[in-house]
Design a protein around this ligand. Structure first.
Ligand SMILES: CC(C)(COP(=O)(O)OP(=O)(O)OC[C@H]1O[C@@H](n2cnc3c(N)ncnc32)[C@H](O)[C@@H]1OP(=O)(O)O)[C@@H](O)C(=O)NCCC(=O)NCCS
Length: 165
């Protein structure tokens, strides 16, 4: 199957972004985030947040064939979200999105890009390590009623360390 093309998100993607984000959260965070928090994820509220984010100019890149299969968001030099549809995990979509985002940040003259991930999110951590992320920090993040450990991965964009794929 050819890899899905990437493009910037637009207003027509808002409902699909909300849907994919909730599905990916529930699949990725079961056992990490309290069931009450995951059960409480609300599609209408998520859609409103996406509407605001798109209106405010959040940079979002989507992989779509045309059904939405994944997305990544960039805020200054931070990768703030990266989600792939659970039934398409491990098919190279996350890699394409991350590499495109890193290339775009580099093009803007950013020297570094980074992101935070829950310490217990072994799948994502294996992915970031495979994609050349450097573990640089740890901390805590509030998710619903929980305080969870998180770690930070950073990519040096000034050096040619982003793997090609
Ligand atoms: C993390 C995530 C974005 C990765 O995207 P993906 O499309 O599944 O990953 P890719 O297929 O591009 O994987 C690229 C490489 O990462 C590594 N990798 C990915 N998933 C892995 C896993 N489950 N175990 C070990 N290594 C893994 C592999 O080296 C893989 O290359 P390979 O398949 O050729 O061996 C995706 O799993 C996801 O959306 N997870 C749920 C949401 C989430 O946790 N997001 C991150 C929040 S910070």
């Amino acid at each position: 199957m050819p890899p899905p093309p990437l493009r910037p998100a637009g207003p027509d993607d808002i409902l699909d972004l909300a849907r994919l984000q909730i599905a990916s959260w529930r699949a990725a965070y079961a056992g990490l985030i309290a069931p009450a928090t995951l059960d409480g994820l609300d599609f209408a509220r998520a859609a409103i947040r996406w509407q605001r984010a798109i209106d405010d100019g959040l940079r979002v890149l989507v992989a779509a064939e045309p059904a939405l299969l994944g997305f990544i968001t960039m805020e200054k030099d931070e990768i703030s979200m990266l989600y792939v549809a659970p039934d398409r995990w491990r098919r190279g979509i996350g890699r394409r999105l991350l590499q495109a985002a890193l290339a775009s940040l580099k093009e803007q003259g950013r020297g570094e890009a980074g992101l935070w991930v829950l310490s217990g999110n072994a799948r994502a951590r294996a992915f970031y390590q495979a994609e050349g992320g450097r573990l640089t920090a740890s901390g805590l993040v509030r998710v619903g009623t929980q305080e969870l450990p998180q770690v930070r991965y950073v990519w040096n964009l000034a050096a040619p360390t982003v793997p090609e794929g």
